[in-house]
Design a protein around this ligand. Structure first.
Ligand code: PMP
Ligand code: GLN
Length: 399
């Protein structure tokens, strides 16, 4: 009989995702949300909004259920959503796509990432280059696919990569360069130099670029620029996004992948055996969302910018040093001045000390680099204004 834990557990243990005995850790988000529920603390940990998104989108889902959109949708996604994604890419970025061949609907960006990496990775010699800290599913899926994770550090306070370090990380074994922009957990939006260097390196080493753009509409200074729009990038780039953040529907899990038809088909080949399909009634609703007017899209960014500012002011008043994010739900703060030496311990104590839950940045790092992020903490700004005010006042009182 095969031993349990199996091969994935051994690789994942190296990345700190499971215990060396094979015990499975809950994700940091689940752990911290449970801590918030247990202690009654304000949850600025897991990134989900505490308000509903646009009523037209919610109504479209109710209507879809009522008219019987309750069985398996087509494997690539319902035609209306495929078209809505293609229209969205053209409207915001000038990218023209064939909705029937160059768009695939997935169970959130999470499945899109998993299916994409499983489709592209060939074996244990393949390397996937990611910026570190990274969204937790990246290391898990790279381990699941049996490839090697190579990381390029993003450093406090601006979290832009050093271009020479980036160039050193990419080589002929690099199968994928995975870029999350705007970036979770740091809130960084990468400079045009970084984007151009990613494309240049991918071209030189014949790597595929995979982008995670789930925060594409949540930028505070400049409109988002997908890497696929850079010269020479489209033919080697798979672009991933989802409706969860833009429409405050993180539980619906409607995501998508766009890119060259043959790459999208490779992703479909895996995806059909992961979930096959999902969200028959949510797909038309997200199509409605993607076609909302410009006012909606500007409004979500404006609202979140104001929340970022409120959170930042509160954190500074409470004694943190704050890195100002250019996008995403998140703000990273340095808790060193508050006596923190171990962000994980600091976050475990924060509910008792201040009635607030946050996430240590060390949850997004490899064991090798954990110490470089040991005093940094991620706070989510995607909460109601009154909740952020209360959190700020609790943190200030605890100071
Ligand atoms: N990528 C990043 C960077 C995220 O922050 C998240 C989730 N919050 C996801 C992917 C997952 O997206 P989804 O909920 O659409 O699966
Ligand atoms: N993306 C969300 C975050 O970063 C959480 C998603 C999850 O719980 N897996 O907080």
């Amino acid at each position: 009989m095969r031993q349990i834990p199996g091969a994935w557990h051994r690789t994942a243990a190296g990345a700190g995702l499971v215990g060396s005995d094979g015990s499975i850790h809950p994700t940091i988000f689940a752990e911290m949300s449970a801590l918030a529920a247990e202690t009654g603390a304000i949850n600025l940990g897991q990134g989900f909004p505490d308000e509903d998104g646009p009523p037209e989108v919610l109504e479209a889902a109710r209507e879809a259920i009522a008219r019987g959109a309750n069985q398996y949708p087509p494997g690539r996604g319902i035609p209306d959503l495929l078209s809505a994604v293609a229209e969205h890419q053209e409207r915001f970025y000038g990218v023209r796509l064939d909705p029937a061949r160059e768009v695939l609907v997935t169970a959130g960006a999470t499945e899109a990432l998993a299916a994409t990496l499983l489709a592209l990775i060939d074996g244990p010699d393949d390397e996937v280059v990611v910026f570190e800290p990274f969204y937790d599913s990246y290391a898990a899926v790279v381990a699941l696919a049996g490839a090697r994770l190579v990381t390029v550090p993003l450093r406090w306070p601006d979290f832009q990569p050093d271009l020479e370090e980036l160039a050193r990380a990419v080589g002929d074994r690099t199968r994928v360069i995975l870029v999350n922009d705007p970036h979770n957990p740091t809130g960084a939006v990468f400079t045009s130099e970084v984007r151009e260097e990613v494309v240049r390196l991918a071209d030189r080493h014949d790597a595929i670029i995979v982008t995670d753009e789930v925060y594409e509409h949540l930028t505070f200074d400049e409109p988002h620029v997908p890497i696929a729009t850079l010269p020479g990038a489209a033919e080697r780039t798979l672009t991933i996004s989802s409706g969860g953040k833009t429409f405050s529907t993180t539980g619906w899990k409607i995501g998508w992948v766009t890119g060259p038809a043959e790459l999208v088909s490779a992703v479909l080949a895996v995806k059909q055996f992961l979930t096959y399909v999902n969200g028959s009634a949510f797909q038309p609703a997200i199509a409605t969302g993607l076609r909302l007017g410009d006012g909606f899209f500007l409004g979500v960014a404006d609202a979140l910018r104001a929340k970022r500012d409120l959170l930042g002011t509160g954190l500074r008043a409470a004694g943190f040093e704050v890195s100002v994010p250019a996008g995403s739900y998140f703000t990273v703060a340095d808790a060193r001045a508050l006596g923190a030496t171990d962000a994980a311990a600091f976050c475990r104590e924060l509910p008792g000390r201040a009635g607030v839950v946050a996430i240590p940045l060390t949850a997004f790092t490899t064991a090798e680099r954990r110490s470089e992020y040991a005093t940094l903490v991620r706070f989510a700004a995607c909460k109601r204004v009154d909740v952020l005010r209360e959190a700020a006042s609790r943190l200030a009182d605890a100071h």
